[in-house]
Design a protein around this ligand. Structure first.
Ligand code: NAP
Length: 275
């Protein structure tokens, strides 16, 4: 019988622990969040982060810039935050709009954030912090007591914000990790050998039931809109996969709620390191 991993429940437990730890710090951690332009998902995600930060006792200060803000004005703002001892973390909501960048590389903006304050891990692998989604995946494995040492783990996706940091961390923890990306031939043959599949691709239902051997743990990071229903779906064909998996995260309600909490855990770590 498959066990559904409830990300909301796991996140709630961590949220209570965070609240306690933050309330005993003796000061209020502070994080600045930069949003450029008016992308609706970016604005929504920033509101969600603000709510969660406030819930756990973090002072969250959003700063909104219009897309026609001069580039140097933003850079100067980040540099001030870098030097501000009260600020423990600096976030920039991605994607940065093209109208603002005017041909510049968005990574140049991220490189302005001091690595000690890059609580989103946007500068991975240079950041001091693991990107929040990667941290969320590892926390789910920890909280569910899923042993990774000497296990065959297949990570689908190799982005700097999810696939790569997840794979790197699992290698550090002694797992035998293979990474599947867009150019990998016959991915099904590879995933069929897995004890644990972690999918971070963004292609609805890419991972079919017959890609999964019986008893596999399946962590689905992907979130895409289903063109027919308009609903948010994962990379994994959940209905097929749950017939074979031993444990599986749903989408929504799996990795998502843990990601926001993981970000707040990074902020706390940064705040604790300020002395
Ligand atoms: P990304 O930067 O677009 O990277 C996608 C990765 O998937 C790339 O490495 C790409 O390979 C690989 N890929 C594309 N098509 C593939 C295929 N057919 N087979 C195997 N690999 C393939 O995306 P991301 O930022 O890592 O995010 C991945 C997914 O996670 C998205 O759905 C995103 O919305 C979701 N996400 C969820 C959360 C959450 O909290 N739940 C947080 C962040 C992201 P190449 O490198 O070869 O192009």
């Amino acid at each position: 019988m498959v066990h559904l991993i409830d990300g909301k429940v796991l996140a709630k437990v961590r949220e209570e622990e965070l609240k306690l730890e933050i309330s005993s710090l003796g000061y209020t951690p502070k994080v600045a969040s930069i949003v450029i332009g008016s992308d609706a998902p970016s604005l929504l995600y920033t509101k969600m982060k603000q709510k969660k930060a406030t819930d756990v006792g973090i002072n969250f200060e959003p700063k909104y810039f219009s897309s026609d803000t001069p580039y140097n004005e933003l850079v100067n703002f980040i540099r001030k935050l870098n030097e501000d001892l009260e600020v423990n973390g600096i976030m920039i909501q991605l994607p940065i709009p093209d109208e603002f960048l005017k041909g510049k590389d968005w990574r140049e903006i991220l490189a302005e954030i001091k690595i000690e304050k890059d609580v989103d891990g946007l500068r991975y692998p240079d950041s001091k912090f693991l990107p929040a989604t990667a941290r969320a995946v590892l926390s789910i494995l920890d909280d569910e007591k899923i042993e990774v040492k000497n296990k065959k783990v297949i990570v689908l996706g190799r982005s700097n914000l999810v696939g790569k940091p997840v794979a790197d961390e699992l290698i550090n923890r002694g797992a035998n990790v293979s990474v599947v990306h867009s150019q990998t031939p016959n991915p099904k043959e590879i995933t069929l050998a897995a004890d644990i599949i972690i999918s971070a691709v963004g292609k609805p239902h890419l991972v079919k039931g017959d890609w999964i051997k019986n008893g596999t743990v399946v962590i689905d990071v992907g979130t895409s809109e289903d063109k027919e229903t308009g609903k948010i779906v994962g990379d994994v064909d959940f209905e097929e996969a749950k017939l074979r998996a031993s444990k599986i995260t749903p989408v929504p309600g799996g990795v998502g709620p843990m990601t926001v909490i993981s970000l707040m855990e990074n902020v706390l770590e940064s705040a604790k390191g300020r002395n």
